[in-house]
Design a protein. Structure first.
Length: 171
């Protein structure tokens, strides 16, 4: 496999972000709270605003993974006020052809390091029940199931399991 590169998305990367986000929603519709149909209709300005963290007063780490110019992965770390002790992981996705190659683990490591630098004590995410590959990834990375199952999104029969990791454990 060619070497992959993880980088932080900036507002200038909005077209790249839009491309990989829509690709992830098409590929894995049962993994996200949003749907392809909801996000495909967003305006260019809305895509740009998502990455303009300063104007949104959002403490976040939007990451993209590329092999050459090809986007092959995505993940966001987000800290929501007022609970600044917890960082959340959203939009985690790796291209199906490249799963199992260490990309997702590298994304988790990057978000974990960022969260520790931000003073967080906990990483949190939610994983769709039945997505055993994702559950296994998160469990092997130190996440544990916690709390009640929640609906993936309004109207969905699918549920997600909240999971957390105490920071300081190995990823």
């Amino acid at each position: 496999m060619d070497e992959f590169k993880i980088s932080v998305l900036t507002p200038e990367d909005w077209v790249l972000y839009k491309t990989v986000r829509l690709k992830s929603l098409r590929d894995s519709p049962d993994s996200f709270g949003a749907t392809y149909e909801q996000e495909a209709v967003l305006s260019d300005a809305q895509w740009q605003l998502r990455l303009d963290l300063q104007s949104r007063a959002l403490n976040a780490l939007p990451l993209i993974v590329q092999i050459g110019d090809l986007p092959v992965g995505l993940a966001w770390g987000v800290i929501h006020k007022p609970d600044v002790a917890t960082a959340h992981i959203y939009q985690m996705w790796v291209s199906p052809a490249l799963r199992g190659k260490g990309i997702a683990t590298s994304l988790l490591r990057a978000i974990k390091a960022w969260a520790i630098d931000q003073g967080c004590h906990l990483l949190a995410l939610a994983v769709t029940i039945g997505n055993e590959d994702a559950v296994n990834l998160y469990e092997s990375s130190g996440f544990i199931a916690t709390g009640q199952l929640e609906a993936l999104r309004v109207g969905s029969a699918l549920c997600v399991q909240p999971m957390v990791m105490q920071l300081g454990s190995a990823v």
